[in-house]
Design a protein around this ligand. Structure first.
Ligand SMILES: Cc1cc2nc3c(=O)[nH]c(=O)nc-3n(C[C@H](O)[C@H](O)[C@H](O)COP(=O)(O)OP(=O)(O)OC[C@H]3O[C@@H](n4cnc5c(N)ncnc54)[C@H](O)[C@@H]3O)c2cc1C
Length: 430
């Protein structure tokens, strides 16, 4: 996704590109076809509606010069409100488009080293093979992860603040956490549902994953005994339930996921439960009954660099200005997000070649908000897909979710139009 978007964008602007692809000589555990832009799992490119996060992102990608989306449109299959494609047709047409482009030279070879003397984009995806991983590890001082152990994230707008309590353990330093308290009966019912809930089906390459003790799936921990979770992430120590004046039986903490506090992470709740089960079971936590999950918990093989630490704002690696990273490897989670990241890397490189400093799209756009996320210090950085919680608050309370999202989308499009206009004026002056 990222590699093709980047190559096509640059080639269209007269830049010669060499595109290295290791297929068909070598395949990752999920790839099967020799074609480019292979959709390894679902064939959905997610919602089309402008007032949805995925729809807004795709709209912005079209404005930014995506080559992939117009091709996707020609391969669309009926999928309700989503853009889904015939995957074979889609990757076949993308491959043709790349092969027909005279400025792109395709080299079917596996890369193991990075040549720093040339501008290079590493867009090798989340199933990075060990040799390139070793090289990239050296370029990032080891700030490269191979597994996701992500806890779910919910929006502040969707949780019931009347049932949550803002406090830190032992009253230390402010009220950084929102706490959901449970009595004995609520806790026991919750644990019972948790251990019996349906798990997500794991891909073959995820089955042998070794989990660290400190980041065990919450349902696995709960299986160890009725009180295991109460001595782990659900421990109530240092907290007081204002309703009873006593320590609660169990507590779950929600921690701010972004500076503005529009999204909250359920601390220690990394999980392998199926997504609908996460909504159902975690919805039993007081205050989370109607929570909107902008990211579900996952635990799977997923390579990504610690972008806040190692990625400069122009998408090159800190200390290695010729080496850019794009796609899922940067923490842009999802097919379209990865493609968008390729577009951004290409735009950044193009600005540089034109002697201009690269400017991000504004943070009010989904693109700018996602870039801000991967460049903001975060001690537990995890990949994230497009979601409305990433956007800065709109400044007024709009109760109806649909209307609120429409307002976010309208603002984002306005900012993106201004950005594109400015970028085009630079381009025309060359
Ligand atoms: C099993 C799995 C299922 C997923 N399912 C979904 C889903 O349903 N929906 C969704 O939105 N996202 C999904 N994702 C996440 C993500 O969107 C995709 O992985 C996406 O394809 C990432 O895009 P990318 O451009 O970063 O990398 P990729 O699309 O993986 O492209 C990387 C390319 O680089 C090539 N390559 C890798 N290493 C080398 C090398 N050393 N030398 C030369 N070439 C190399 C690969 O062969 C591949 O063609 C899934 C991820 C995985 C691992």
């Amino acid at each position: 996704m990222a590699g093709c978007e980047a190559a096509l964008f640059l080639a269209e602007r007269g830049i010669d590109v060499e595109l290295y692809e290791m297929k068909p000589g070598h395949y990752s555990p999920a790839h099967k076809s020799p074609d480019f832009c292979e959709l390894v799992c679902s064939n959905s490119l997610k919602a089309s509606r402008l007032s949805s996060a995925a729809g807004l992102m795709k709209h912005e990608m079209r404005m930014l010069g995506s080559h992939l989306l117009p091709v996707a449109d020609t391969c669309a299959v009926p999928a309700g409100g989503a853009l889904a494609v015939d995957r074979k047709l889609f990757s076949g047409r993308m491959t043709d488009l790349v092969l027909r482009e005279p400025r792109i030279k395709v080299v079917r070879e596996k890369i193991t080293d990075i040549d720093e003397s040339r501008i290079t984009v590493i867009a090798a995806g989340p199933l990075l093979d060990s040799e390139l991983a070793e090289t990239l590890g050296k370029f990032t001082d080891g700030f490269l992860s191979f597994y996701d152990a992500a806890a779910p994230i919910v929006t502040r707008d969707s949780v019931d603040m009347d049932k949550l309590h803002a406090a830190n353990r032992y009253g230390r330093g402010g009220e950084d956490y929102l706490n959901s308290f449970m009595n004995k009966e609520q806790y026991e019912r919750f644990i019972d549902e948790l251990v019996h809930a349906r798990r997500a089906e794991l891909h073959e390459h995820d089955k042998d994953q070794k989990v660290y003790e400190g980041c065990m799936p919450i349902e696995k921990l709960a299986e160890r005994g009725p009180d295991a979770a109460r001595f782990g992430p659900m421990k109530p120590v240092g907290l007081k339930d204002p309703a009873t004046g006593h320590r609660p039986w169990a507590a779950v903490q929600l921690r701010k996921e972004n500076e503005e506090g529009t999204m909250f992470n359920i601390v220690g709740f990394q999980t392998n439960l199926a997504f609908p089960e996460q909504k159902r079971v975690f919805g039993m936590l007081p205050g989370l009954e109607n929570a909107e999950f902008v990211r579900y918990g996952v635990m799977h093989r997923n390579s990504f660099v610690d972008s806040p630490k190692v990625l400069s704002r122009d998408q090159s690696l800190v200390g290695h200005p010729n080496v850019y990273v794009a796609g899922q490897l940067t923490g842009f989670e999802g097919y379209m997000e990865s493609a968008l990241s390729g577009l951004i890397a290409a735009r950044s490189i193009y600005s540089r070649l034109m002697g201009r400093e690269f400017e991000y799209p504004p943070i009010y756009t989904m693109t700018g908000a996602m870039l801000r996320y991967i460049h903001t210090e975060n001690k537990d950085f995890q990949p994230m897909g497009a979601n409305m919680g990433l956007l800065p608050d709109i400044g007024k309370r709009i109760r109806d979710k649909q209307e609120r999202y429409e307002a976010y989308a309208e603002r984002a499009v306005k900012y993106m139009e201004e950005y594109i206009e400015k970028e085009d004026s630079h381009e025309n002056s060359h």
